[in-house]
Design a protein around this ligand. Structure first.
Ligand code: C5P
Length: 231
């Protein structure tokens, strides 16, 4: 049986990929399936947590039982929901693939195929929600226990995935960072995951290859341990 070690805890999880509209029918999106975030929500609910799952676009997934699901489209909508729900939460896990950029203009009508050359799409930067959570907590505006990020890294010959992860944990300022290896058919759109769990307390835990529910269990283990050290 699963431990009920998240009883009395409220956790917020973001999942899936945002879609940034170009016109009423087109968008910029990504390949996130939402499976990791949904698995995190399901496992947390089983372990007794009150769970809010903020879901951007996903594959055709079943909503986890006993979880409140909030559906969003764009990064800005995701940001608003995450900031609102994170107030007073014990943990916020940002598993969503948030678009880094969005089109500057949203055409009111469908962009037509014309004889002239196609117009270039101008992009602007989206807010980094994870960084904003950290900043708001530091400034005392946000009362949130643990802030957890995900990093999908391909690694390269000079810098292994783990080094990228260490740097990202530093840069983002979150408490825990799950580093996934992507590319070569790994992680995105797959049932399985693998990588490392890095913590600001200095621990680096390998996350052996396995189902996304298994990685979820390891992450909640780390979260409950860190929450327990505080209270
Ligand atoms: O910098 P990078 O996009 O690799 O960071 C990934 C982490 O940051 C994920 O946890 C993702 O949910 C979060 N993120 C975010 N807002 C963005 C981009 C990424 O919260 N605009």
């Amino acid at each position: 049986a699963l431990p009920r070690d998240l009883e009395g805890r409220r956790v917020v999880i973001s999942a899936g990929g945002t879609r940034e509209p170009l016109d009423p029918v087109r968008y910029l999106g990504n390949r996130s399936s939402g499976r990791q975030g949904y698995a995190l929500a399901r496992v947390a609910a089983h372990r007794g947590a009150e769970v809010v799952l903020i879901s951007a676009h996903t594959a055709d997934l079943v909503e986890p039982a006993g979880v409140r699901v909030v559906h969003v489209g764009t990064a800005e909508q995701l940001r608003e929901s995450v900031l609102a729900e994170s107030q007073g939460a014990d943990a916020v896990v940002m598993a969503a693939a948030v678009a880094d950029f969005r089109p500057v203009d949203l055409a009111q009508h469908k962009i037509k195929k014309v004889d002239a050359d196609p117009a270039p799409v101008k992009l602007t930067r989206n807010p980094d929600i994870l960084a904003e959570l950290v900043e708001r907590r530091r400034d005392g505006e946000l009362d949130t226990g643990l802030i957890v990020g995900f990093a999908a890294e391909t690694g390269d010959p000079d810098t292994p995935v783990l080094d990228h992860g260490r740097r990202k944990l530093d840069r983002k300022g979150c408490d825990l960072l799950v580093v996934n290896t992507v590319g070569d058919g790994k992680a995105f759109e797959m049932e399985d995951n693998a990588g490392w769990l890095l913590s600001t307390d200095g621990t680096e835990t390998p996350l052996p290859h396995g189902a996304k529910s298994l990685l979820s269990a390891r992450l909640w283990d780390a979260v409950t341990r860190r929450l327990g050290e505080r209270s």
